[in-house]
Design a protein around this ligand. Structure first.
Ligand code: FCB
Length: 393
């Protein structure tokens, strides 16, 4: 390999990858996504999880992040499905058998139909419904779970579902945003408390999508002020309101938001990146941003896990370098005293990328959706070495 200096990671650092239920499980037919955005059999992970856990093990991973399907567990109001919860227990036991720690997301973007028919996140009783569901799953599964994440990316979901109209319920209505946002804060706090009522030692967080924000024109005070306001709403507000209810910070890092502001153009605020290198989805690859994001989180004095980081790269041309460069930046932050304790790549396998369907390929492992065959990508082998050695190079 290269002559670069060996970069050791802290003892007991966790290495792994992430998935979410709707994107991989297959045959979820009673949620708010299933009619308009059917994921069909997806990766058949619900039935074939042992195969995927074997792959994670073969790739030397010791943590796996996955999510529970609320619509399987609670198919109707007041009705909990024992078979579904037992299924997730079996999955957790299968991870334990392989020495892989689970990080479980209670809600990753899909609602049971009955809940969405009641208005979903706009319903003022949403936090109470979510608390009921949380209590049920935590009582049933907590003895096998190392880390809980209540929700995934509150801000991204709110903007895609209620401002940009891309995700169910596909609204373009700024007026409902404060209510939805307030419900996210309240829901997380209630769920945090419910989990701790049941389990004193539980470790609870949220997977937050944090971007690195800077100003397009660094000489303009106006541009810099607008960029910091954007940063506050995009990356800080939720964290500030919930920081006393998080035992660790879960960070999903994908984006560089270089903010251009001009009151005379429409829209006045634009995200203008240099885009020297981009993924198949056109997302700018900017590893250095992760360092700045992490440095900024030091003040919260909480352990940090990277709960997602990855790229769509069908040809596997950029993934190896992407991983190396991001890990270098994480290492640099650790050297500066930031308490990063784990890295989970998005994703273990190619999967259903929400409104973008099956096109984007985020997997360390390639999926053939026709045959359901899997093939470990070359970049995954390199990452497996890092996981094995607990060091880069
Ligand atoms: C994140 C989502 C995850 C996946 C990646 C690419 O925002 O949490 O489910 O779609 O993006």
């Amino acid at each position: 390999m290269s002559k670069s200096k060996k970069l050791k990671f802290p003892k007991d650092f966790l290495w792994g990858s992430s998935v979410s239920s709707y994107q991989v499980e297959g045959n979820v037919n009673n949620c708010d996504w299933s009619e308009k955005f059917p994921a069909r059999t997806a990766c058949n992970y619900y039935l074939n999880y042992e195969h995927y856990f074997d792959l994670a093990k073969e790739l030397n991973q010791n943590v796996h992040r996955f999510s529970l399907s609320w619509s399987r567990i609670q198919p109707a109001e007041g009705k909990f499905d024992r078979k579904a919860i037992l299924h997730y227990r079996k999955m957790l036991l299968a991870l334990e058998k392989r020495g892989i720690k689970p990080m479980v997301t209670i809600w990753h973007w899909t609602l049971p139909l009955w809940m969405s028919e009641k208005g979903g996140w706009e319903n003022s009783k949403f936090p109470e419904y979510f608390e009921q569901y949380t209590r049920f799953v935590v009582e049933e599964l907590d003895d096998l779970v190392d880390f809980w994440l209540t929700t995934n990316e509150p801000m991204i979901y709110t903007s895609l579902a209620y401002i940009l109209g891309k995700f169910p319920p596909q609204k373009n209505n700024l007026l409902v945003v404060p209510k939805v946002f307030y419900n996210f804060v309240k829901t997380h706090k209630k769920a945090y408390q419910a989990i701790h009522d049941i389990s004193e030692n539980a470790k609870v967080g949220v997977a937050q999508n944090l971007s690195f924000v800077d100003a397009y024109n660094k000489n303009s005070t106006l541009n810099k002020t607008v960029a910091s306001a954007f940063n506050f709403f995009r990356n800080r507000l939720f964290l500030e309101l919930t920081k006393n209810y998080q035992d660790f910070l879960g960070i999903n890092y994908y984006f560089h938001d270089r903010i251009k502001f001009s009151p005379f153009s429409f829209p006045p605020l634009k995200i203008k990146n240099k885009d020297k290198e981009v993924s198949d989805l056109g997302w700018e690859i900017y590893p250095e941003g992760l360092y700045y994001v992490l440095k900024d989180l030091k003040k919260y004095n909480l352990p940090i896990y990277i709960t997602e980081n990855g790229l769509a790269d069908k040809g596997d041309k950029k993934r190896a370098k992407f991983i190396t460069e991001h890990l270098k930046q994480i290492h640099r932050a650790i050297d500066d005293g930031v308490d990063v304790k784990g890295y989970m790549h998005w994703s273990l396998i190619d999967n259903f990328e929400w409104a973008d369907g099956f096109g984007p390929r985020f997997g360390l492992v390639e999926m053939n959706y026709k045959t359901m065959g899997t093939k470990v990508r070359e970049s995954a082998r390199g990452y497996a070495e890092v996981c094995k050695n607990n060091s880069l190079f």
